[in-house]
Design a binder for this molecule. Structure first.
Ligand code: ADE
Length: 230
């Protein structure tokens, strides 16, 4: 899988891939990353990448011309690129999206800066648009990094232990049960005794119950949708 980040600030994104699991995934050729800078596609004298908004309005937008020229050239090289725009005004990015997108060959994240991107660029080029939460970031880069991380760990061979994928939060639309290490007592607090007895059926039932309680407490929306109704 290849991730391309279209960004004015590649140096914000690249360090995240220079350590730990994603560094190893690049070394093992499970993922590949590259960067394209819209500034390299400008046609004006001062390589300006921003533009005033039509009809006034606070702040500048990304100039559509460099973005469109860049996307056109990428599409002519590879018509199958999957173009994703991170936007605060989009549908929420979820674990099922991470799993689905892990099967794509080449995802291109188009990262806006300033007050955003001309809507026509989004309409013409986006295969999908996602928000990572109900807050506004200073640009799309952090959101693209969040999504590429969540996607990459669902690609076969990226995680050391793939069993962890099937037990984790959101797998059944609920939050994962709490987990513990040994010893039994740590700073005066004990773990549920069943975890020490080794009866896997009982541990499984307890984890399910704890997962339900946690989901109800922190995410009543998920509890109603995925536990109570079943
Ligand atoms: N760009 C700015 N804010 C964002 C958000 N919440 N999600 C995705 N992209 C964004």
């Amino acid at each position: 899988m290849k991730f391309t980040f279209i960004t004015l600030f590649p140096q914000l994104v690249s360090p995240y891939f220079e350590d730990s699991i994603l560094k190893r995934a690049i070394k093992n050729e499970k993922i590949e990353i590259d960067f394209k800078n819209p500034r390299d596609y400008t046609k004006n004298k001062h390589n300006k990448v921003d533009k005033a908004q039509a009809g006034g309005g606070a702040g500048l937008l990304m100039n559509p011309q460099p973005l469109c020229d860049l996307l056109d050239s990428m599409k002519s090289d590879d018509p199958d690129i999957h173009v994703v725009f991170p936007l605060p005004t989009a549908k929420p990015f979820r674990q099922i999206d991470a799993k689905r997108l892990a099967k794509k060959k080449h995802i291109v994240f188009v990262n806006g800066r300033y007050e955003g991107i001309d809507e026509r660029v989004i309409e013409q080029y986006a295969n999908e648009v996602f928000s990572i939460g109900d807050y506004v970031l200073t640009g799309g880069e952090l959101a693209s990094m969040v999504m590429s991380d969540a996607i990459a760990r669902n690609i076969k061979g990226v995680l050391g232990n793939e069993d962890s994928l099937s037990e984790e939060s959101f797998e059944d639309g609920v939050l994962e049960a709490p987990s513990f290490t040994k010893p039994n007592i740590f700073r005066g607090s004990a773990i549920p005794s069943e975890f020490l007895k080794g009866n896997h059926a009982i541990i499984y039932a307890l984890k399910k119950e704890l997962s339900g309680l946690k989901t109800n407490y922190f995410r009543p929306d998920l509890f109603l949708r995925n536990i109570k109704g079943k």
